[in-house]
Design a protein around this ligand. Structure first.
Ligand code: HEC
Length: 118
């Protein structure tokens, strides 16, 4: 049930992003301009911004819906790792995953978000 809610939320954000953003996906440092996200901030996690980091840095290996691809599925990763542990994996790599070149604050954002997946 929780997963279903997340899926709803994520597709909702996706639609909003597609309409409102109008092609602001330039690969550079985009992401921190959308402070005004409506009521979707879940606790202190900015889901929309976290999703952008995920899309840019993680989705190619972990799948667009965290279903896994080259890397394992992350859709229940919060039941396995804390945000701190995920940040460590992002910065230092793990097994066959190399360290990712992600800004500290983005790593924290995406790790907080992933840690809520359980
Ligand atoms: C180049 C491909 C690649 C990218 C990009 C990548 N990963 Fe991974 N990731 C992997 C692989 C492969 C593993 C499995 C490593 C192992 O255990 O041997 C993994 C493992 C993980 C794990 C541990 C999963 C588990 O169940 O133990 C986490 C957490 C994780 N990745 C998070 C991320 C995050 C967050 C990002 C984006 C910032 C990211 N990864 C980007 C390939 C990738």
């Amino acid at each position: 049930m929780k997963k279903f809610l997340w899926a709803m939320l994520i597709s909702f954000l996706f639609i909003l992003g597609a309409c409102g953003g109008g092609g602001d996906e330039e690969g550079g440092n985009g992401g921190d301009t959308e402070e005004s996200s409506e009521e979707q901030t879940d606790g202190d996690v900015d889901v929309e911004a976290a999703e952008q980091v995920y899309e840019q840095s993680c989705a190619s290996c972990h799948g667009g819906d965290m279903e896994g691809n080259v890397g394992p599925a992350l859709n229940e990763i919060g039941s396995k790792y804390s945000s701190e542990e995920i940040q460590e994996i992002i910065h230092n790599g793990k097994g066959s995953m190399q360290a990712q070149n992600v800004e500290d604050q983005d790593a924290e954002l995406v790790a907080n978000w992933l840690a809520s997946m359980e």
